[in-house]
Structures are given as C-alpha cells and as structure tokens.
Design a binder for this molecule. Structure first.
Ligand code: SF4
Length: 178
C-alpha cells in the first residue's frame, strides 16, 4: 500500500475513495454500448476513449494486470440539474484531480494505470486518429470507456455514486500492484 495515502488523496482533492480487486469488477459490453451511442460526444474523438482504448476484453486484461484498484471520486455543487456549464467545469476539475493524483503516486509506483472521467481535453485539438497522442504517459483512459459500470463500482468500493440533489460526482480509478 502507498504510504501516507490519505495525505496524497487530500492533496489531489479526492472526495471519497475505496479499494476493490480488479478481478471483482465487471467490464461490460453494455456500458461500451452507451459509449457507442455517443451521448457525451467523445466517442472516437480522443486517445482516452473508445475505440482507441481497445476492446472491452483488452481493457479488462490491461486493468487486471494489477491487483488493486483504488476508486476515487470528486463531488461538485451545481446551480440546478440543468447547470451544463457547472457540469463542464466540474468535469475539467476532476481531470485535474486525476492528474494531481498521478503526480502524487508516480514517485512511488513504477507501474500503474490511472483511469479518469470521459474524454481527455488536454490539447486544444486532439491528434486522434491521425497521429500518436502527444502525452501518452499522462493520458488517462475513460473509466466508462473501459466498460465499467460506475454505479456498481461505487457500491463495491463503498463510496457514494450520488451525492445528493444539485451535485455531480465524477469517478476515477488508480490501478497498481501491492
Ligand atoms: S493528450 Fe492530447 S493528443 Fe493525447 S488524447 Fe489527450 S487531447 Fe489527445
């Protein structure tokens, strides 16, 4: 286990976290099907989302090279349930949390996989699919794009999927071996 984990999570800005075994996580073609409906408009737009991340089976195999999955969340207040701007701001903020957590653990883990919320957004215009990712070591695959049912994952990890009216909660996962 990472030393001083709670301090690292606090510095990154994580709201809640829990640990699961990646072998207990369901990687679902149904969830991948939601990606393909492209309601988030990220499908086929970045290296962090399907189809670039590979098939669901490939994502499962990649995740199950690790024996520990630290599920983490960010919770954000919205003005109301139609607060699209608030959701977009929260989405970007959570990507920053994921990036900070990656920075926190990099000195201590020789190998890990960090998944974040939908899309990437790091570059103004993504290189996908014409040329390789500009930052392959720091792009974080989409947790939903991996086919993970986040509501089930929340239950397994003992964290809240829904944090109440007029809030949005984003999920990420740090996979590593201990
Ligand atoms: S880091 Fe840049 S090139 Fe790589 S997936 Fe993100 S937006 Fe695309």
């Amino acid at each position: 286990m990472l030393d001083n984990l709670q301090e690292k999570l606090d510095r990154a800005g994580v709201f809640q976290h829990g640990i699961v075994n990646p072998r207990d996580v369901e990687f679902s073609e149904t969830v991948r099907g939601y990606c393909e409906e492209n309601l988030c408009r990220q499908y086929g737009k970045t290296w962090a989302c399907p189809p670039a991340v590979g098939t669901v089976a490939e994502c499962r195999e990649r995740a199950q090279r690790y024996n520990t999955m630290l599920v983490f969340t960010g919770k954000y207040a919205l003005e109301d349930s139609y607060d699209f701007d608030g959701m977009m701001t929260a989405m970007r903020d959570f990507k920053d949390i994921a990036a900070r957590l990656s920075d926190e653990v990099r000195p201590f883990l020789s190998d890990y996989l960090l998944l974040s919320n939908e899309g990437c957004g790091r570059c103004g215009v993504c290189t996908y699919p014409d040329s390789p990712c500009r930052f392959p070591d720091s792009v974080h695959g989409s947790i939903e794009g991996y086919g993970i049912f986040v509501s089930k994952l929340a239950e397994q990890a003992g964290v809240k999927y829904n944090n109440g009216e007029n809030t949005v909660t984003y999920f990420g996962a740090l996979l590593f071996n201990q």
